[in-house]
Design a protein around this ligand. Structure first.
Ligand SMILES: Nc1ncnc2c1ncn2[C@@H]1O[C@H](COP(=O)(O)OP(=O)(O)OP(=O)(O)O)[C@@H](O)[C@H]1O
Ligand SMILES: [Mg+2]
Length: 244
């Protein structure tokens, strides 16, 4: 099953705050694309546009599934989830007073996913053994790294084909950041996912990305494959503030 995402010339914002100006991003089947940029540059807004949580003022977002195009700007979030798109939101957004297992079950929102609930739960526990050990523990009492794993597993409970991950590394220790990024790569391969990942941690994102876009003040200022991005000193020092 082939999936592609074509984001074209998206402009969006919140009332007087304009967050995105003519943003275009393309994802091919099985690609991992990194959306790189520091705070407040529009990464989450773009993810929300894909999920139908923010309606763009102009531009198009087309999800192509086996050659059939779906205009996501015309669909409700629920319909977008039903097409096989899932978001691991920024800040995880778990239900802290519910158990690990209850949080996972809430991820099986998609009609088709409800039929696969048992199997997906089994997969989640297999992919993240720590969640199996702690299935009855309250999500809010888990460590930051465990909560991020739970947030990712919850997104996978909807059997997505396109996974959006918004800043998985935030608030994690360097070791956990690295483990989380590695896990995303493993899951991607295992489930043949196509992944759009917003990240501020340039070097970690580059470990698993095929292609990257740098967003500054709501505009894509540079894009290229990993080698192009990695060896372009201008990109790093000017746009990401990374030491070169
Ligand atoms: N609900 C909202 N209401 C008003 N303005 C908002 C809202 N959400 C985001 N913004 C503004 O839109 C711009 C882009 O924000 P966005 O959250 O998309 O950035 P980001 O790249 O995800 O940042 P971060 O790395 O901090 O998560 C910012 O100027 C932000 O203040
Ligand atoms: Mg954000």
């Amino acid at each position: 099953m082939a999936i592609k995402l074509h984001i074209k010339d998206i402009s969006a914002g919140y009332g007087a705050v304009r967050a995105l100006h003519g943003v275009s991003v393309t994802l091919g089947q099985g690609q991992t694309v990194a959306l790189l940029g520091t705070n407040g540059n529009g990464k989450s807004t773009l993810m929300k546009c894909v999920m139908g949580m923010v309606k763009p003022d102009s531009g198009s977002i087309v999800l192509e599934i086996d050659g059939t195009s779906h205009d996501l700007t015309r669909l409700a979030t629920e319909e977008i989830v039903n097409l096989g798109v899932a978001l691991v939101p920024e800040g995880r957004r778990l239900f802290p007073k519910l158990t690990v297992e209850e949080n996972l079950l809430l991820g099986a929102y998609r009609a088709a996913a409800r039929e696969e609930i048992g199997r997906n739960l089994e997969f989640s526990f297999e992919a993240f053994p720590v969640l199996a050990e702690r299935r009855r523990q309250l999500a809010g009492s888990m460590s930051g790294g465990q909560q991020q794993m739970l947030a990712i597993a919850r997104a996978l409970m909807s059997s997505p084909r396109l996974l959006l991950v918004d800043e998985p590394s935030v608030g994690l220790s360097p070791l956990l950041v690295s483990q989380t990024i590695t896990k995303i790569k493993e899951l991607k391969e295992r489930y043949s996912l196509t992944v759009l990942m917003a990240e501020q941690n340039f070097n970690q994102a580059m470990r698993i990305a095929d292609y990257g876009y740098i967003i500054v003040h709501g505009e894509i200022v540079f894009h290229g494959d990993v080698d192009t991005l990695r060896y372009n000193k201008l990109v790093k020092s000017f746009y990401l503030g990374v030491e070169t």
